[in-house]
Design a protein around this ligand. Structure first.
Ligand SMILES: NC(=O)c1ccc[n+]([C@@H]2O[C@H](COP(=O)([O-])OP(=O)(O)OC[C@H]3O[C@@H](n4cnc5c(N)ncnc54)[C@H](O)[C@@H]3O)[C@@H](O)[C@H]2O)c1
Length: 430
């Protein structure tokens, strides 16, 4: 099938490359010409494991091309995937201006049938608005369908997740749209949940909010554990074996981040408000998440007493490992908060420093985790990159002014750290 993927960011680029791999003919289109220039030169505008190889292979086989001419991409394709950003507005709602632009452009450019599928995460009723917009500007009065197909991939394992999803959610309003979408995904072996568009849109917000709720629950537990002298990691293990609960997303830490959970939780609260329901449960999830970042900062303060003028070695800036994405990263917020308190930050992240440098200009960046520690007053781990799990503790002790180690990701065994003579503080563990 001929597919145009509009927006070649974390979701759009993976979607383009994976549909090409499945044998479809794909045009990846973006209104940011710098991204397209890079892609044409086979340079990736984002870091995602395996993506470069996948794009190269599909370009070589002629299954994927890139353009900044979005109109042309729409004209040449029957299937239009909307994969643009839906960032948060100051009131917590989702900014749908990019989605609207693509809908209007599609309406103006189409001269033959199009199936317009929204893959961006959007509030319920967006599909209805996309349909209304296309109807309004449908210059050539051609037939079209609108559908919803939310994406559940995780950055860092995005290609695997796209190809091996737990489920594919398809929201449709016509048999033709259903047939086309099922055909598109026929080679992916996963349960297909076929429903109406409103329900499909809500499945995405409900799923992300539920996962965020699990993380906030674990973080709230971590606070109780510290007061009660219990171990939150063991509680998560003990809970996780219960199949009704499941062990995933029960890790206490610095709070959830990234371009999905924070904005999706606030968008869902906002939608519920607009629909006349006070989603106080999710408001608490959001509040707990904000408090958790403060909680980590207080740990640093408890370890160092006076913060002003101290130097902290910080490992990790991305919101999670295996990505360069720093959007709504708790690490970025914590570092910003510590800088405001007069702490000097020496930072290292395997992939996220290029992005972080654009925002945190007062931070000193290093090319190796150990370089950050030379002469620092303490070490703080904020992202659970694999590289940070097996640090040479003797070297750490030698490089730091004093062996003070704050671990916001619970990567080390507190007992072993004590045996090693390290003053170790983690999250929710005795
Ligand atoms: N990042 C994730 O892990 C993830 C996972 C699932 C769903 N989502 C959702 O997918 C959507 C996209 O997220 P992302 O992380 O890929 O965002 P992104 O910012 O990385 O990518 C969006 C892209 O759209 C382009 N764009 C914006 N307006 C455009 C327009 N009018 N025409 C053409 N291109 C345009 C931007 O230049 C950018 O390259 C969001 O709604 C997000 O919530 C993201």
């Amino acid at each position: 099938m001929n597919i145009a993927v509009i927006g070649t960011g974390y979701v759009g680029l993976v979607t383009s490359a994976c549909f090409a791999k499945l044998g479809h003919t794909v045009i990846g289109a973006d209104n940011d010409p710098s991204k397209i220039e890079k892609l044409i030169k086979l340079q990736m505008p984002i870091y995602e494991p395996g993506l470069e190889e996948l794009v190269r292979d599909n370009v070589k086989h002629g299954r994927i091309t890139f353009t900044s001419n979005v109109s042309e991409a729409i004209r040449k394709s029957t299937i239009i995937f909307i994969c643009v950003g839906t960032p948060p507005l100051p009131d917590g709602g989702a900014d749908l201006s990019a989605v609207e632009k693509v809908a209007r452009l599609t309406a103006e450019e189409m001269t033959a049938y199009k199936l317009v599928i929204d893959k961006s995460t959007v509030p319920v009723h967006t599909g209805e608005w996309v349909k209304k917009t296309i109807q309004t500007y449908n210059k050539h009065r051609v037939e079209f369908d609108v559908a919803s197909n939310p994406e559940f991939l995780r950055e860092g394992t995005a290609i695997y997740d796209f190809m091996n999803p737990d489920r594919i959610v398809i929201g449709i309003a016509s048999e033709k749209a259903k047939t086309l979408l099922l055909e598109l995904y026929k080679d992916i072996n996963a349960v297909k949940v076929v429903t109406d568009i409103n329900t499909s849109e809500l499945i995405k917000h409900a799923s992300n909010s539920f996962l965020a709720m699990k993380i906030s629950f674990a973080n709230a537990l971590s606070r109780i554990c510290e007061k009660a002298g219990a171990d939150v990691t063991k509680i998560a293990e003990g809970m996780g074996y219960d199949k009704r609960i499941g062990g995933a997303f029960l890790n206490a830490g610095p709070g959830f981040g990234g371009f999905c959970f924070p904005k999706d939780v606030s968008a869902f609260i906002h939608i519920a408000d607009k629909l006349g329901y006070d989603f106080h449960l999710l408001k608490s999830v959001e509040k707990t998440n904000e408090e958790q970042k403060e909680f980590i900062m207080k740990k640093v303060e408890a370890a160092l007493w006076v913060l002003n003028g101290k130097t902290l070695a910080v490992l990790g800036l991305a919101f999670k490992p295996n990505t360069d994405d720093i959007r709504f990263s708790p690490a970025m917020d914590i570092v910003t908060g510590l800088l405001k308190k007069g702490v000097k930050i020496n930072a290292y992240d395997p992939e996220a420093m290029v992005n972080a440098k654009k925002i945190l200009k007062d931070v000193k960046y290093f090319q190796d985790p150990y370089q950050t520690m030379t002469g620092a007053d303490a070490l703080l781990i904020l992202t659970d990159w694999e590289d940070f799990k097996n640090l040479d503790l003797e070297k750490v002790k030698k490089l730091l002014k004093a062996p003070i180690f704050i671990d916001a990701r619970n990567l080390y065994d507190p007992k072993k750290m004590k045996q090693n003579g390290i003053e170790y503080r983690s999250v929710g563990r005795p």
